[in-house]
Write a protein that binds this ligand. Structure first.
Ligand code: GDP
Length: 537
């Protein structure tokens, strides 16, 4: 019997399912319109029927209302989630990235789980600090970008000036897809340069979306009837220049990260949101191979594998449950499947996997490479875990970064030491902050990349564990994981008890008081590696 046959046919069945998946994130600077665009994508994707509320968020707010207070107060989104919807035969998995710069580590991890990104830019502001930072992460990870220049219904900057700025700051070629017909008080709608679709405003001077007409081209007389003379003349001149001077979308160049298709539109007023979805369907890459050390894992492989890129604890404060968010990296997963938690020797029956749809959750009976499933668990799953039918596979590329801010934890009520330890352990396993335990004194040191994480940590410990903690200065400026010959590392640890701590996995870290000390110790110990990142377990 030919044992190759069943596998081959299984893989052939996989391919079309995987090819129709688009797993992406939206990156932007706060206030550019990411939330609004998310809602509208879900609306146009048919996932929700009423815009104005992303129901999944609403639910999260209710169950996590306490610590979400911070989010409300600061007006930022501090946790990421996942939304799945289907449109025109394509399955979209939209991963929400936290918008604040302090959350670069969490954002970084979320971006490891997507195949492409949509960059939202405010038409009045252009490229802002956080957009740039997130874009750089995308570039580092070869994530192709589609640009959405939002809020053209308001007074914005000249479209060419915006295009130039983006091209210069991001070193990208840009390819215009939709173009605004006037902006602000002169806004008349948008035009799709590739399909000749004219998205009209409801009435002259209004900004509401009044429907779409397919035209014959830029010269179509319907435009003359609908758009006032001066605005139309300027639009035609711009659109002609844009199509002649700028390249058309070249899928390969886009997927390689050299070119970005650009959509001008308005998330709030519904302009060009459907065009953006069509663009994602047509050009954005399907699930890509996932790095595993030197090798990569082909998504079309029959054997199922998944990577946990995010863990969220206490989604329901009444139950100490956690949801591990796993990206299926290869194959077709089905509910009840037993997967190995690679590296621990344990195997896990995934009996209650969850899909996060826009306004509800659903048991995931089957999922394909590119999909994100939530796996409820009691702390067994951690960020960075590989789950696979095979036992010899380990995904890489989800590092922890050396924290730049270190603080000693001070406990309000000394009777609550146990709860505090539990809280710190849980939240550090979730990846919210890193927690180190000093060898001498057993202090708990919390390490973060951005200061806001400290507030979130204290607030969540109070809300979810009923323990009051605050943070006091610690005499350390940075931490480095120790690597190299285990014997030498042990000798170093024994000789430097006052400056060594354990991380949450029990791995030793060196805590340096300042950069000078770090250099000095590094020079004195040339055989030890002082590592700025650690691959998660
Ligand atoms: P986020 O911080 O990036 O998630 O931004 P939001 O989606 O919360 O939007 C920030 C503000 O911009 C809100 O007041 C939105 O109503 C507004 N906004 C978003 N999109 C548009 C748009 O297309 N036109 C206009 N005029 N306002 C918009």
């Amino acid at each position: 019997m030919n044992t190759l046959l069943p596998n081959l046919s299984a893989e052939a069945a996989l391919k079309p399912e995987i090819a129709r998946r688009r797993t992406f994130a939206i990156i932007s600077h706060p206030d550019a319109g990411k939330t609004t665009l998310t809602e509208k994508l879900l609306l146009f994707g048919g996932a929700i029927h009423l815009a104005g509320e992303v129901a999944a968020r609403g639910e999260r707010r209710r169950t996590r209302s306490d610590w979400m207070e911070i989010e409300k107060k600061r007006g930022i989104s501090v946790s990421s989630s996942v939304m799945m919807f289907e449109r025109d035969g394509f399955v979209f998995n939209l991963l929400d990235t936290p918008g604040h710069e302090d959350f670069s580590e969490d954002t970084y991890r979320t971006l490891t789980a997507v195949d492409s990104a949509v960059m939202v830019v405010d038409a009045a502001k252009g490229i802002e600090a956080q957009t740039l930072k997130l874009f750089e992460v995308c570039r580092l990870r070869d994530i192709p970008i589609i640009t959405f220049i939002n809020k053209v219904d308001r007074e914005g900057r000249d479209p060419f000036e915006l295009m130039d700025e983006i091209a210069d700051k991001l070193a990208l070629e840009l390819s215009p897809v939709t173009w605004p017909i006037g902006m602000g008080g002169q806004f008349h709608g948008c035009f799709n340069l590739t399909t000749n679709d004219f998205h009209r405003v409801t009435d002259a001077g209004g900004t509401g979306y009044g429907g779409t007409t397919k035209l014959s081209g830029l010269d179509d007389p319907a435009l003359d009837a609908a758009v006032n003379g001066g605005v139309l003349e300027e639009f035609r001149a711009q659109a002609e220049l844009a199509t002649s001077a700028l390249p058309a979308v070249d899928m390969e160049s886009y997927r390689e990260g050299h070119l970005s298709p650009v959509f001008f539109g308005s998330a709030l007023r519904d302009f060009c949101v459907a065009d953006l979805l069509d663009g994602l369907a047509a050009w954005a890459p399907p699930p890509r191979p996932q790095p595993a050390g030197e090798a990569t894992v082909d998504p079309n492989q029959d054997a199922v594998s998944a990577l946990v890129f995010k863990v969220q604890a206490n989604m329901d404060p009444n139950h100490r449950d956690r949801i591990a968010f796993a990206r299926i990296c290869s194959g077709r997963f089905s509910r009840g499947m037993k997967l190995n938690q690679v590296g621990t020797g344990k195997s896990l029956a995934v009996t209650a996997p969850i899909f996060f749809l826009a306004d509800e959750r659903e048991l995931a009976e089957e999922a394909w490479a590119g999909d994100i499933i939530g796996i409820p668990n009691h702390g067994t799953l951690r960020v960075g875990d590989t789950l696979a039918e095979r036992t010899d596979l380990r995904f890489t590329g989800l590092p922890r970064f050396a924290p730049e801010i270190l603080r000693r934890v001070r406990l309000g009520d000394p009777m609550k030491t146990k709860q505090m330890r539990r809280a710190l352990q849980d939240l550090s396993e979730e990846g919210l902050a890193q927690v180190f335990r000093t060898h001498l004194g057993g202090d708990h040191i919390v390490g973060v990349v951005g200061a806001l994480q400290l507030d979130v940590m204290a607030s969540r410990v109070a809300a979810e564990y009923k323990v009051t903690i605050d943070f006091e200065p610690a005499p350390y400026a940075t931490a480095r994981w120790l690597g190299g010959d285990p014997k030498l590392v042990k000798a170093f640890v024994d000789g430097n008890k006052s400056t060594v701590a354990d991380d949450v996995d029990g791995d030793p870290v060196y805590l340096a008081r300042n950069a000078w000390e770090l250099n000095y110790v590094r020079e004195r110990n040339p055989d030890i590696k002082f590592l700025e990142t650690k691959e998660m377990r």
